[in-house]
Design a protein around this ligand. Structure first.
Ligand code: BGC
Length: 718
């Protein structure tokens, strides 16, 4: 009987795979049938925007419009069809989800997946087929204005999270639009800069998350970036779009331009772009409208190229709005709020806790001074770029009141003025970095008479914004003066920094003993933060990028390649991005990649690999035990780095090749296995134009940050 069931199961599984193939074959035939019935004019209509966030269908054949909306922080509010003004709907209040670097700080692919599911469900409720998210350009340069939207400086962490975000979104029959392809790593001059990046750096650093999102996540759409890459606009880059994305990686979906990011008709059409999008009409004058029709008629763009684009778009439509069992979706539900809370809780990074002030011991605290503009500020909107009309957003002050209000008196002082708008000129923003002595005095008075001062500082969505890079790493708004003044009068000062990118925390690191990093952490930010302060949540976030001691330590500045000379930014550091640079060049960071503390302690032991020598097609199974040796439930992110000490080319000191977040009760021990494919130890060989795993010794290094390696094991590759 058992045997019969097993055979039946095997038959079903095999049948299931071929059923999926069969349905793809049937879909292909159906799409070909539709294309054969379309006029050239109808085809061209599908290839460009017909409004700000849609492109045409073919109503005669029952094909709907392709509708999209912005992420990544949540589904953007409905705007008017032809301009950016609010459509004033009352049904589009959404869940505000933690920003990209916050998701990355969870180091938990499950959280990335849950993020995606929420986005997908809310997109369906709003009848959007394509979500312009996630965004995961590599955090190459700490000042980039969109660092908060992006994930990490590391391609492996980036890839693991990107795949799960895409899978989550697309599980709801909504297309993810992974962006911005490729090497869009600064906002300054983003519409004109020509980034010069060697092929090895592209393959090892800038491409992996896109490749993984396409090949493992089956991303349905991708957005070409504004910039040029190695001399060609990304929207008309044959190497990028045709050769790598479509031919090598087998991307089946549609390439959508960034808004207004197309420059020519024929080059873009022949070099891989499928849909032109932009911000203003007249839509029939766009490159992919009348000019494209003319180019096809004149034989400069083949009809078969147009047909391929239409097929790709129809394929996306059949997997989204025209899919069978298309979910109805839901918006701003309690389950979505719970997902936002869980992600935020896991993203918060404990940077310092020297005197064990945290978690706050409820019984001893009768009064709390909450200080800082960020304690009462919301982050769902602000600056340029997509935000969310949040159904609600719990501020830090509201969260602290709800968690501590019954046991302590809570007072508030603003502490500083955030006098900065992304839309202002430098002249109008002048003085934004100056402290406000009156506000500092008020804050000091509050702090003096309170048992604890919680200082909520950092930046905001005006200061970190699309279209701009920050000018320095310094904390803005005179915040350091506020920190100094408050810390001087209250030894129980906790610094909470809310921001999405690295800042200069040298003085805080030196002088303060309790430091917590939060983010633009979504609708539930204040509750998650207060639960971390109270110890209801044990912090488990780890930094997804390095905090340099000084800007000049970071590769783009050390090599003087930012913002570039003339219109060109040459990525001279090559593969040495992020910790790869700091480690290889032996530069001490302020806080290293992968760093974050907990309220409990862990010990990692018995690190081993299943063999000593491996063939190039094998998988290394690394194994270790981890024990929670403290007294609280908590999670540790164990990180597996690999180094290749002897190689024919320069290799970084170490590279992340695996990680796992492990949740443990006090005294609990778990045995953990991490698999690394030997082929993933390869470097990209520019001479051979292929991946190369050289034979020899490799060192597996296990740690809880890139600078705290506790165990190593040597292996050999044959
Ligand atoms: C941004 C994209 C965004 C698009 C539509 C562009 O300026 O770079 O990320 O999806 O606008 O709002």
């Amino acid at each position: 009987m058992k045997y019969t069931i097993a055979c039946f199961m095997a038959f079903c599984v095999a049948g299931g795979v071929s059923a999926q193939n069969k349905s793809e074959v049937a879909l292909k035939a159906k799409i070909n049938g539709i294309v054969s019935k379309m006029t050239l004019e109808e085809k061209i209509e599908m290839l460009h925007g017909n409004a700000l966030f849609s492109s045409a269908g073919v109503s005669r054949l029952g094909i709907p419009e392709l509708t999209c909306d912005d992420g990544p922080l949540g589904v953007r509010e409905e705007i008017k069809r032809f301009d950016w003004a609010s459509a004033n709907w009352t049904t589009d209040s959404a869940t505000f989800l933690p920003n990209g670097s916050a998701i990355a700080a969870t180091w938990n692919p499950v959280m990335a997946n849950r993020y995606g599911v929420v986005i997908g469900e809310e997109a369906n409720a709003r009848k959007k087929n394509v979500m312009l998210a996630p965004a995961f350009n590599i955090c190459r340069m700490p000042l980039c204005g969109r660092t908060y939207e992006y994930y990490s400086e590391d391609p492996y962490l980036n890839s693991q999270l990107a795949v799960q975000s895409v899978k989550g979104i697309q599980s709801q029959h909504v297309a993810a639009c992974i962006k911005h392809f490729a090497a869009n790593n600064q906002e300054l001059n983003r519409d004109s800069v020509n980034t010069i990046v060697d092929e090895r750096a592209l393959r090892e650093i800038y491409f992996p998350a896109f490749k993984a999102a396409v090949q493992q996540g089956n991303a349905y759409t991708i957005m070409s970036a504004y910039n040029k890459l190695n001399g060609y606009w990304c929207s008309e880059n044959d190497y990028l779009l045709n050769k790598v994305l479509k031919n090598e990686w087998g991307f089946k979906g549609a390439v959508i331009s960034d808004w207004g990011g197309v420059h020519h008709t024929v080059a873009a059409a022949n070099n891989g772009l499928d849909i032109e999008m932009g911000s203003s009409g007249p839509y029939d004058q766009w490159y992919f409208a009348q000019p494209l029709l003319k180019a096809v008629k004149e034989g400069r763009v083949p009809v078969k190229t147009i047909d391929d684009k239409v097929r790709r778009i129809l394929w996306v439509i059949y997997h989204t709005s025209m899919s069978t069992n298309h979910p109805k979706g839901s918006i701003a539900t309690a389950a979505h709020a719970k997902a936002a809370y869980d992600i935020a809780s896991e993203s918060i990074v404990l940077l310092k806790n020297d005197n064990h002030l945290l978690p706050l011991k409820a019984g001893n605290i009768k009064s709390i001074a909450v200080i800082g503009d960020n304690a009462v500020r919301t982050f769902a909107l602000g600056g340029y770029g997509a935000g969310v009309k949040a159904k609600y957003e719990v501020t830090a002050l509201a969260g602290i009141k709800s968690r501590f209000g019954k046991i302590a008196s809570i007072s508030f002082a603003q502490g500083y003025k955030a006098n900065y708008l992304a839309s202002n000129s430098d002249e109008q923003n002048r003085g934004y970095d100056q402290p406000d002595q009156k506000l500092i005095d008020e804050a000091v008075a509050r702090a003096k008479t309170s048992d604890v001062a919680i200082l909520c500082i950092g930046s905001n969505r005006e200061y970190e914004s699309e279209g701009h890079d920050r000018k320095s790493l310094e904390l803005p708004f005179g915040e350091q003066a506020l920190v100094n003044a408050v810390s001087a009068v209250n030894p129980n000062t906790i610094i909470v920094i809310m921001a999405g990118a690295p800042y200069d925390l040298n003085d805080i690191k030196k002088n303060n003993h309790a430091v917590v990093w939060s983010w633009f952490n979504g609708s539930e930010a204040g509750n998650a933060l207060a639960d971390v302060l109270k110890g209801v949540v044990n912090p488990s976030g780890k930094l997804p990028f390095t905090f340099p001691v000084s800007l000049k330590d970071s590769p783009a500045f050390a090599l003087n390649t930012y913002p570039g000379k003339g219109a060109t930014a040459e990525y001279k550091e090559g593969i040495l991005v992020g910790y790869r640079w700091y480690d290889t060049k032996k530069i001490q960071p302020e806080f290293p990649f992968g760093y974050g503390l907990s309220y409990t302690d862990f010990s990692v032991n018995h690190f081993s690999a299943d063999k000593t020598t491996y063939g190039k097609n094998e998988t290394i199974r690394a194994k270790f035990t981890i024990k929670n040796t403290g007294s609280r439930y908590g999670a540790e992110v164990v990180q597996l780095y690999v180094s290749d000490p002897v190689c024919s080319v320069l290799r970084p000191e170490k590279e992340l090749k695996g990680f796992k977040k492990i949740f443990l009760n006090p005294d609990e021990t778990k045995i953990v296995e991490l698999d690394v494919k030997v082929s993933d130890l390869a470097f990209y060989d520019e001479g051979k134009k292929s991946w190369n795993t050289e034979a020899g010794e490799y060192i597996l290094q296990l740690g809880n940050s890139s600078r705290n390696i506790s165990k190593t094991v040597k292996i050999r590759v044959k």
